[in-house]
Design a protein around this ligand. Structure first.
Ligand SMILES: C[S@@+](CC[C@H](N)C(=O)[O-])C[C@H]1O[C@@H](n2cnc3c(N)ncnc32)[C@H](O)[C@@H]1O
Length: 542
């Protein structure tokens, strides 16, 4: 990154002297705990269930111990609001035009961008040049450069590289990106969002809940054990376990690397690489990064795009584009915005589960919501080989994740095809020539309105209805109970998003059960009608 980062590379590692030193004994205790963490987190993934929870609790306890031991080493939080003017000045001095937007606090989603004038759909409102971005390339030009050449993980995983890059720059007082880093969300450990608004409808509550917004991420890395338990029944619970396991493993890996590798001796984080700082950096990158092309345009990589990353999310389409000629990221209004309105952008087609795990929030109005279910042909099914063969011909694995969608039609062609094959008799399977499936066969098999026959159709919807009802029973609460819980005073951000998520999942499942029931009744009726027609035809024949 221009002159400054070169300077960082040559004269690195003047870490800010805010942290205290750990004693020899404390250092040893941290290292022992980190070693245990690495061992537990390197176990192969356990199947979902009690074993997974047990492992999570072990990891969580070790992580808490490390956080506790390192509590004096973490970078202190800064007041981001006070730093916004300096950030805007820095943007202006680097040629970024910001006159169309203001940074403002928007209850429910933290800070965001407000339109300073009316904007029409597709009007440009932000152009951010590469020179202010933090990218994998600027990481290579920074103090991290020598380490990247020696570490496969950093070479292969751009998000991890960005997280460490951010952390190093945060510790360098003269970093080029200091004005940007100073406006990022920081962690106040004791802060919890307090609900000011009670007695409001759910939707109002959702929008009002962060009148006092805690300056903290809500990624699963910050969930407590009790909060994670609130996800019982949700497929996201496993994702949360896995996220902590993966990040803890990475942390332990780099912690040990920083102790042993000469290439890390000049890193400003070498002696103050805390778990708390690492989860902050990872959460920052997870929730703010965007894809950008490499300078030669040959590959796509990741980067942090200052100011663009102040945009919050709403339904719509992607309206950010990289202009290779000007080497800038251009952002256009996804709809008309009136002066004073929040300008939101569409982050991409993500379910609420994905938004919670990767972006640290839930968007109840999400048009793209869906929930995952795992289905597979049972090993005890006598027809497993034949069904597997037919599924393979249809491009489907015999055991895999499917999605149930919000919206009118909750099933997609993959699920419909799978369920049809899953419920076939031997005679039905034998009607298909797996070696010569035509495009038309594939399409028909997945078309929700083209049953292969009444009986199969009835079995299919009955199976789905029963399966989804079972999934709904796995949760500890109903959607209605969740709605009431969301109205409780004093709910934390984490709990709010978790309950919103499981409520959204239940609404999707409930609607899909209703859809399956209606389809089943329709197919029963059709079967009856067909049988009657058959017998009438037989009568006529006889
Ligand atoms: C790219 S940042 C946007 C700026 C951020 N609000 C801030 O204060 O810095 C993404 C984060 O904003 C919040 N966010 C974005 N869109 C949101 C929405 N529709 N509802 C709630 N929170 C949202 C989430 O905390 C998310 O992790």
């Amino acid at each position: 990154m221009g002159k400054k980062s070169k300077k960082n590379k040559e004269k690195p590692a003047a870490a800010s002297p805010e942290h205290k030193e750990l004693s020899k004994g404390e250092k040893k205790e941290v290292l022992d705990t980190v070693n245990q963490l690495l061992e537990v987190c390197s176990n192969p993934v356990n199947a979902a269930g009690p074993k997974e929870l047990e492992e999570y609790m072990k990891i969580k306890a070790l992580v808490e111990k490390v956080i506790d031991l390192q509590s004096g080493l973490c970078t202190p939080a800064v007041d981001r609001e006070k730093n916004f003017p300096g950030f805007i000045e820095w943007l202006l001095s680097n040629g970024v035009e910001t006159s169309v937007v203001d940074i403002k606090n928007f209850p429910g989603c933290g800070y965001g961008l407000q339109a300073t004038k009316d904007l029409k759909e597709a009007d440009p409102f932000l152009t951010i040049p590469r020179k202010v971005m933090m990218t994998t390339q600027t990481a290579r030009d920074s103090v991290l450069g020598p380490l990247i050449g020696q570490d496969k993980m950093l070479q292969a995983m751009p998000s991890i590289l960005l997280a460490l890059h951010l952390l190093c720059e945060k510790k360098i007082p003269e970093s080029f990106w200091k004005p940007y880093i100073d406006i990022l969300l920081h962690i106040f450990h004791s802060a919890e969002t307090v609900l000011l608004m009670v007695n409001y409808s759910y939707k109002t509550l959702y929008h009002e809940h962060t009148l006092i917004m805690s300056d903290s991420y809500c990624t699963p890395l910050y969930f407590t054990e009790d909060e994670i338990k609130l996800l019982k029944g949700s497929p996201v619970q496993s994702d949360c376990y896995n996220q902590l396991k993966n990040i803890a493993r990475q942390y332990a890996y780099f912690y040990r690397l920083f102790q042993n590798l000469p290439a890390t001796s000049k890193l400003p984080i070498k002696d103050c690489f805390t778990f708390e700082d690492y989860r902050w950096a990872v959460s920052t990158v997870m929730t703010r990064q965007n894809q950008i092309p490499t300078p030669d345009g040959s590959k796509i990589t990741f980067g942090l795009i200052p100011m663009w990353d102040m945009c919050n999310h709403c339904n719509g389409t992607i309206t950010t584009d990289y202009n290779m000629e000007s080497d800038c990221s251009d952002c256009f209004a996804l709809k008309e915005f009136k002066q004073g309105e929040q300008i939101s952008i569409f982050y991409g087609a993500r379910s609420n589960a994905e938004l919670l795990v990767h972006n640290g929030f839930v968007y109840p109005e999400n048009d793209m919501d869906r929930t995952a279910i795992k289905l597979g042909i049972s090993k005890s099914d006598n027809l497993i080989d034949k069904k597997t063969k037919l599924l393979t011909a249809l491009g489907l694995a015999p055991s895999r994740m499917f999605f149930i969608y919000s919206g009118e039609i909750p099933v997609d062609p993959h699920l419909v095809s799978f369920l049809r094959v899953f419920n076939m008799t031997e005679d039905e399977i034998s009607c298909y020539d797996c070696e010569n499936m035509s495009e038309e066969d594939l399409e028909k098999m997945g078309d929700v309105n083209t049953p292969i026959n009444g009986e199969n159709e009835e079995k299919l919807w009955k199976f789905l209805e029963t399966r989804l009802a079972l999934l709904l029973r796995a949760y500890d609460t109903t959607a209605e109970e969740d709605e009431n819980l969301l109205k409780e005073a004093g709910i934390t951000d984490n709990k709010l998003f978790i309950i919103q998520l499981r409520r959204c999942e239940k609404l999707i499942l409930q609607h899909a059960v209703q859809f399956a029931t209606e389809k089943k009744s329709g197919s029963v009726q059709n079967s009856k009608d067909n049988k009657q027609t058959d017998s009438k035809e037989k009568d006529v024949e006889s």
